[in-house]
Design a protein around this ligand. Structure first.
Ligand code: NDP
Length: 243
């Protein structure tokens, strides 16, 4: 049984990834920042299906909380073998009106958060000479999106981070890949204006919004033994939105 840590596993895409990794027989550590009840529900759901899981609170943008989370996990269940950097937020605004705080919060959670958690778990993977890291980027890292310069910068940063790390860690048999979802129905996209949601579906070749499971299946595969020769790649899961 491998230990899988999913950041932001309490809701949406992260929740579906936790469930998928649980079904694959891994011990799932469900990280969250504030939704304790939802994280516990994810844990219970995995356990009901015969899997093993644990919820751990930590704000991924806080170096101390990340260190505490990883040392707690290592003591409790052992080193992390699979890391999915999924936690993410949006603070949309056009650049002319963007507040420094909006820029900082999005970069610190979406990009620095991935750096902090990855750095905290990497030694364990290097020692074991086995590891899987999947960074959840976004299709807008590749296409850009108005009102999201902070988010696009952070998500594009994750792609560079992914490729650099794939080169650094290849000799240790650790793969590092990025997954770029398109428009997926979650809390994050729920508050978007209906007109914008309709327009995104219209631009999507498959003419439907994605569901979290569409992303989770791909992440599950990238974390599997079968994907051992795939590294440094950017896999777009967008139903053809970016075509
Ligand atoms: P949700 O808003 O539904 O869920 C976000 C998750 O991230 C929650 O579990 C939340 O925890 C957690 N989180 C937020 N901030 C932190 C933090 N500082 N520390 C730890 N956890 C945190 O988002 P989605 O499921 O839609 O998105 C998941 C990922 O997929 C994100 O990285 C997002 O950018 C990306 N993505 C989403 C797309 C979409 O269409 N939905 C498209 C492309 C990419 P809590 O519940 O405790 O708040």
């Amino acid at each position: 049984m491998k230990v899988a840590l999913v950041t932001g596993g309490s809701r949406g895409i992260g929740k579906a990834i936790c469930e998928k990794l649980g079904e694959m027989g891994h011990f799932v550590v469900v990280n969250y920042s504030s939704s304790e009840d939802k994280a516990k529900e994810v844990v219970e759901g995995i356990k009901e299906k015969g899997g093993s899981a644990l919820a751990v609170k930590a704000d991924v943008s806080d170096p101390e909380q990340v260190k505490e989370m990883v040392s707690f996990v290592e003591k409790k269940v052992g080193p992390v073998d699979i890391l999915v950097n999924n936690a993410g937020i949006t603070k949309d605004n056009i650049l002319a009106r963007m507040k420094d705080e909006q820029w900082r919060e999005v970069l610190e959670t979406n990009l620095t958060g991935a750096y902090l958690v990855t750095k905290a778990v990497i030694r364990g993977m290097m020692k074991k000479r086995w590891g899987r890291i999947v960074n959840i980027s976004s299709v807008v890292a590749l296409t850009g999106n108005q009102g999201q310069s902070n988010y696009c910068a952070a998500k594009a940063g994750l792609i560079g981070f992914t490729k650099a790390l794939a080169k650094e860690l290849g000799t240790r048999n650790i793969t590092v890949n990025a997954v770029c979802p398109g428009y997926i129905e979650t809390d994050m996209t729920q508050s978007l204006p209906d007109e914008m949601k309709r327009a995104m579906v219209e631009r999507t070749a498959l003419k439907r919004a994605g569901v979290p499971e569409d992303v989770a299946h791909v992440v599950g595969f990238l974390c599997s033994e079968e994907a051992s020769y795939i590294t440094g790649q950017v896999i777009v899961v967008d139903g053809g939105l970016s075509l």
